[in-house]
Design a protein around this ligand. Structure first.
Ligand code: 5GP
Ligand code: ZN
Length: 124
C-alpha cells in the first residue's frame, strides 16, 4: 500500500521512525543492534512502554515478506530481554502491533509495543 511517502534506500524520507533510527529525531534508547532499535514511547500507556522496530522500513506487519520474518524472531528475543530488564517479565506485560486503521496504527513503520508496570485491563 502507498502511504504517500517517497522512499530512499534507507526508507521513506518522511517516516518518523526511520528518522529516529537515523538519529535525526532524538529518542530515549533502550537497546539497539544492527537490525533493531528499542526506545521509549513518547506518550506511555503504562510505567513501561517501549517500542521495538526493525531498522529496515516495513510500513506494516503485512509488508514483511515471509522470507524476512527472521527479524520478527529477533524482535521477540529483544522483547523478552527488555521485559526482564524493565522488571515486568514476571508481573506481566502486553505486546501488540497495530496494523492499519481499524487497529489505530498511527506510524507506518512496523513496531511492537511492550507495555507493562501496571494492571492493563481488558484488551478491547
Ligand atoms: P501506533 O498507534 O502506530 O501503533 O503507535 C505509535 C506510537 O508511537 C504511539 O504510542 C506514540 O505515542 C508513539 N510516538 C509517536 N511519535 C513519537 C515520537 O516522536 N517519539 C517516540 N518515542 N514515540 C512516538
Ligand atoms: Zn520507516
Amino acid at each position: 500500500m502507498d502511504h504517500g511517502l517517497r522512499t530512499t534506500d534507507c526508507g521513506p524520507v518522511d517516516c518518523l521512525f526511520c528518522k529516529i533510527i537515523k538519529g535525526q529525531i532524538p529518542c530515549e534508547k533502550v537497546c539497539e543492534d544492527n537490525e533493531i532499535l528499542a526506545f521509549k514511547d513518547i506518550n506511555p500507556k503504562g510505567p513501561v512502554h517501549v517500542l521495538v522496530v526493525p531498522k529496515k522500513h516495513y510500513a506494516t506487519l503485512n509488508d514483511i515478506p515471509d522470507g524476512e520474518l527472521a527479524v520478527v524472531s529477533k524482535i521477540h528475543r529483544a522483547v523478552k530481554k527488555i521485559a526482564r530488564e524493565q522488571g515486568v517479565a514476571e508481573t506481566g506485560y502486553r505486546t501488540l502491533i497495530n496494523t492499519h486503521k481499524d487497529a489505530g496504527q498511527e506510524v507506518f513503520h512496523v513496531h511492537w509495543h511492550l507495555i507493562g508496570g501496571k494492571k492493563l485491563g481488558p484488551m478491547a
